[in-house]
Design a protein around this ligand. Structure first.
Ligand code: GAP
Length: 455
């Protein structure tokens, strides 16, 4: 692994992948803006996920639920009462920390704070003289819990104002639409609902670039099944989540399963797939067996019967849910880490090359005229390719420098237009990874590239 967080942040900023949020105002902690290259990669990641888990999954349906939901949703889900982090302030420098993160950092991941109560965490920090990462002192306030949901109000007059929350996960949109989707699609259990959308959490822990942000996108899929089949589907989604990453060219040795040591009160089983990020092994996605908790709670709080009636046996039951949840931004960071390579070339130069799976690369091809006076023909090829896939065009600087620029954003193919193109209609196609070049007819470019970027 050659990527460090600093190298990724610098490359992303310099190459239009990701910029610090609100930068001209000095930024805003834990927010990032995707640039022209980054938005393409992220959209491709989301498309690949949707294709795999909605389009190609015969019994799965997509939705796009509202971010703002009736506040009762968050009472039913338990978020208003228990979606909080254990925070403590350093009495010396006044920095706020998550107690569990302090313990994890101090013990270098050997102690798992998930299994500890607040009192146990306080005792550990005291007895092990855990220090503040900012000032080095070991003098903290007792733990206080802070709800992670962003709150706002709706209504124009003070009296009529109601508290609403920016959703902290997309999953609840899928649960509250269970009946709608089942009725309108006539889906039979087992079936799935998938969704991609923004979620918001008032995180105070160091973000580590886009690993942990206060606004992020989730790709979540809930599989509704009958109790008794849940174990088998849990295993199925563990494997499907892993296969998705491997098919995006992730090296399996950079991935591992990690069962949760402490299960949420409603969960029967839960596991993460961790990735070897520059910050070490950390959660990339989660797979949870949520039992019938979510639908039962919504039934209880809304008064609506969330039971499913088996059309053959007439049996009524509240389905179990297997949830697969992955952050689009976190997957983007993993994809950036995985793709980053520094290669020493003959002659001693180093090239930085982002070896993205072609399916998620921002531009599938860059069209480069060898000289500016070839631009007319080159632009015509660019326009033709752009009708099929996202492409870029560059005629500034030496051809070598232009290849390097494309390598740094991971463009899999560079199409060079030269004087022979005018004579016989052929172009050179340079492969990003091998740097080998082949000569093909410009008319064959579309099928040639389409074949290689298929996911
Ligand atoms: N519905 C279940 C749920 O939300 P989670 O483990 O809290 O579970 C699921 O989040 C995934 O969302 C994580 O595995 C991670 O990929 C992503 N995620 C969570 N919090 C995030 C944050 N603050 N910034 C970026 N991604 C985040």
């Amino acid at each position: 692994m050659k990527a460090t967080m600093d190298k990724l942040v610098n490359l992303c900023k310099g190459r239009g992948i990701i910029y610090p949020g609100s930068e001209i105002y000095g930024g805003m902690g834990n927010t990032w803006d995707y640039g022209p290259v980054g938005v393409e990669i992220k959209n491709n990641i989301k498309r690949a996920w949707w294709k795999r888990f909605v389009q190609e999954s015969e019994n799965s349906y997509g939705i796009d639920a509202a971010i703002l939901m009736n506040s009762r949703v968050w009472e039913a889900s338990g978020h208003t009462t228990s979606f909080s982090d254990p925070k403590m302030d350093c009495k010396n420098c006044k920095t706020r920390h998550r107690a569990d993160t302090l313990i994890e950092m101090h013990s270098k991941g050997k102690v798992n704070p998930d299994t500890m109560t607040n009192e146990e965490m306080e005792a550990y920090i005291r007895e092990h003289h855990v220090t503040c990462p900012k000032c080095g002192k070991s003098d903290f306030t007792p733990i206080r819990t802070f709800n992670l949901m962003f709150e706002t109000t709706r209504g124009v007059t003070e009296e009529g104002q109601n508290v609403v929350y920016l959703r902290p996960e997309t999953a609840q949109g899928e649960f509250v639409n269970f009946l709608n989707v089942q009725r309108t699609t006539r889906a039979k259990v087992p079936f799935g609902i998938g969704q991609i959308g923004k979620a918001f959490r008032n995180e105070i822990t160091p973000g580590n670039f886009i690993f942990r942000t206060i606004e992020f996108e989730q790709m979540e899929h809930q599989w509704f099944c009958k109790k008794g089949t849940d174990g088998e589907y849990y295993e199925y989604f563990k494997k499907a989540a892993w296969d998705f990453l491997v098919d995006l060219d992730f090296d399996p040795s950079h991935l591992r399963y990690k069962d949760h040591d402490k299960l949420a009160h409603y969960a029967k089983a839960a596991c993460d797939i961790q990735y070897l990020f520059p910050i070490g092994w950390s959660e990339l996605n989660g797979i949870h067996n949520r039992t019938d908790y979510d639908l039962s709670r919504h039934s209880q709080f809304s008064g609506k019967n969330m039971e499913y009636t088996d059309p053959v046996t007439g049996e009524k039951y509240v389905p179990y849910v297997i949830e697969y949840s992955i952050g689009a931004d976190r997957l983007m960071l993993a994809a950036l880490t995985e793709a980053y390579d520094e290669e020493t070339l003959e002659g001693g130069d180093t090239r930085v090359v982002m070896r993205f799976s072609p399916a998620i690369a921002a531009y599938k091809a860059a069209v480069l005229p060898l000289q500016k006076n070839l631009s007319e023909g080159a632009r015509a090829i660019y326009r033709k390719l752009s009708k099929e896939f996202m492409c870029t065009y560059d005629e500034a600087g030496s051809i070598g420098k232009r290849y390097r620029r494309q390598d740094e954003i991971g463009t899999p193919f560079c199409v060079t237009v030269d004087f022979d193109t005018e004579k016989d209609g052929t172009v050179t196609v340079r492969d990003r990874d091998t740097m080998e070049q082949i000569r093909i007819s410009a008319d064959k470019l579309v099928p040639y590239i389409a074949e290689k970027i298929r996911f």
